[in-house]
Design a protein around this ligand. Structure first.
Ligand code: F6R
Length: 591
């Protein structure tokens, strides 16, 4: 939530920051702003609205100077207005700040600053920071010392970038709990919420840890803890390519990322056999294993729970990460915590990790972003290898999360190689599932364009797919959609089914087939339009989404493709932008 970027170097900062903000837009897109040092002072431009509109209006790309900071906002404190957009400035305009995170004690700080004569222009929590820094400078401190003194007064989470016109040859960066990566190129130095905005300029990065600062100059960066002690950093190399984070000729990232699923899935199988098997055995031998995740990642974990049970006989518990905290008091070191996350930056997951570690638990993670906070906090990690996922709605990362759970189940049985072989065959059928259903998904989405509700039902492992199908539908098309265990419908929700209500019945010919079919017929008897999703058609189905034949445990992977397509076309048919759904952001870095 919120993307920040800073650049200092020999090139013009305006176009570099603007290009970077476009790549960070998936983190927040309600307002945008930039500030650069233009020779005699700082120029600040910002407004509410989508980046392209604001950039055009404010001519952000033409901003002069070789040092600057930028921000794309996902509002937390204060409405979506020009005043609340970042950067925020001190009273005298000499200091500008961009921030990702939440400063929890901002109201006390703000009241005290106002009492001392500071004038506030916004309702944000962030604005206290430039004012506090201004006071530090008045006391005679340089900007680095000022940042050190101020961060000690802040409670909550922050990634901060600070530019000061008195010392325009540096940008000061500070981090606690919100992500911040330093990029080192031959023409200048970057800091950003993730590496995507500078991938085209450099692959060399350094990761800031909690309670660390970096001082960026044209020639590189120096790292310190909050007491000013130097910190040594390894420079890592990012393997992602810049073009992976572009639309590549498609209308939206979402459709491009759905089409990438077969190759992404094969990349998920490129695991080191020994390390992966050890990871699997650690889960298999844990006295108790709890999997924590949010949203789509949690749905993959529910599928994982079914697979580990059915294929390897291992029972695990799956918890919503934001609820896990309420069970943390009684955790004991013999509980293994397994986290699933695409970004590796989801605040609720990281909070769970910190609580689990405080109780002495070991933490494993299944994560996409190498070098993310989750991967660095975990005792062991396996990677999804699906490349950058830009669309806010998770698609290929879900396929890869589920794939990793399949492979874990095989590896627990000592059958890693067999798992790779079987899953490779399934990856080839993902394209077939796409081709069979692309036009059909569009027609179904258009048939129901006037419907405000949809139900997704399934049993066993298909129930998790019902949850995921419904989440995809609601988050990008804004249709109210509910995913339910098919058997649970008659205990209340059946009352909502009326003439014309679409019901997606997740019903391959697996161990759930006949019971699910009966539940589908119960909805049809009450007027539902039944959309069967499976490998076998039925006369009761009003629409049929056909899946290629696979051994029964693999159907969830194939179900995912048409369900994502239906949601995509439902969004497009309603004129929504599937890549940037309202109110949401990709990396949920606040609790
Ligand atoms: C839905 C979606 C979200 C994420 C959730 C967790 O399409 O993308 O529900 O799955 O915010 O994000 P990660 O996986 O980054 O922890």
């Amino acid at each position: 939530m919120c993307g920040i970027i800073g650049y200092i170097g020999v090139k013009s900062a305006g176009p570099i920051l603007l290009d970077g903000l476009r790549k960070l837009e998936y983190r927040g897109y309600d307002s945008v702003g930039m500030a650069t040092f233009e020779g005699s002072g700082i120029t600040l431009k910002k407004d509410a609205g989508r980046i392209d509109d604001v950039a055009k209006r404010e001519r952000l790309g033409d901003m002069q100077g070789n040092a600057g900071i930028g921000h794309t906002r996902w509002a937390t404190h204060g409405g979506v207005t020009k005043e609340n957009a970042h950067p925020h400035a001190s009273c005298d305009g000499q200091i500008v700040v961009v921030h990702n995170g939440i400063i929890e004690n901002y109201s006390e700080l703000r009241a005290a600053l106002a009492e001392r004569g500071h004038f506030f222009r916004s309702q944000t929590d962030t604005e206290v920071v430039p004012h506090l820094l201004e006071e530090e400078l008045r006391r005679g401190n340089g900007i680095e010392q000022a940042v050190r003194n101020v961060v000690k007064q802040l409670h909550g989470s922050f990634a901060l970038l600070v530019l000061c016109s008195r010392e325009p040859d540096k940008i000061v960066a500070a981090r606690r709990e919100s992500p911040l990566i330093i990029g080192l190129s031959d023409h200048g130095t970057f800091a950003a919420s993730d590496a995507t905005p500078f991938l085209g300029q450099t692959k060399h990065v350094a990761y800031l840890n909690d309670n660390e600062m970096a001082v960026l100059t044209r020639g590189g960066a120096a790292y310190f803890d909050f007491n000013g002690n130097p910190v040594r950093k390894e420079v890592a190399e990012i393997t992602w390519k810049a073009e992976q984070a572009t639309k590549g000729g498609h209308d939206y990232f979402m459709i491009k990322e759905i089409l990438e699923e077969p190759s992404a899935m094969r990349n998920a199988l490129l695991q080191d056999r020994k390390a992966f098997t050890e990871f699997a055995h650690e889960i298999a031998s844990a006295k108790k294993a709890m999997v924590i995740a949010c949203g789509t990642a949690r749905h993959s974990a529910i599928i994982g729970k079914h697979l580990l049970d059915r294929v390897a006989g291992k029972q695990v518990e799956v918890m919503i990460a934001s609820e896990f905290a309420y069970f943390a008091d009684n955790l004991t070191p013999d509980t293994l915590v397994v986290c699933v996350s695409q970004s590796g930056e989801t605040a609720d997951v990281l909070d769970g990790v910190r609580k689990a570690k405080a109780k002495g638990c070991r933490v494993l993670s299944i994560v996409n972003v190498v070098g993310s906070t989750l991967s660095r906090l975990s005792d062991r990690a396996v990677y999804l290898n699906c490349g950058p996922e830009v669309c806010v709605a998770a698609t290929k990362s879900f396929i890869n999360q589920v794939t990793v759970f399949y492979l874990l189940a095989y590896a627990m049985r000592g059958a890693f190689d067999e798992g790779v072989t079987e899953l490779t065959k399934v990856s080839e059928l993902l394209l077939k599932a796409f081709e069979l259903n692309d036009a059909r998904a569009k027609a179904i989405a258009e048939r129901f364009v006037k419907n405000g509700n949809a139900y997704y039902i399934g049993r066993g492992v298909n129930f998790a797919m019902a949850l995921e199908g419904a989440l995809k539908m609601k988050e990008i098309s804004y249709v109210h959609a509910e995913g339910m265990p098919a058997g649970e419908l008659k205990h209340g929700t059946l009352a909502l089914i009326e003439n014309g209500t679409p019901v997606f019945l997740l019903n391959p010919t697996d161990y759930t087939y006949y019971d699910t079919l009966s539940n589908g017929l119960e909805t049809k008897a009450r007027g539902a339009v039944l959309i069967g999703v499976g490998n076998k058609n039925n006369t009761a189905y009003d629409e049929f989404i056909e899946l290629p034949e696979v051994p029964e445990i693999f159907y969830p992977l194939l179900e995912a493709v048409p369900l994502q397509l239906v949601a995509y076309y439902a969004a497009v048919a309603r004129g929504r932008d599937p890549d940037r759904p309202r109110n949401l952001a990709k990396s949920v870095t606040v609790k």
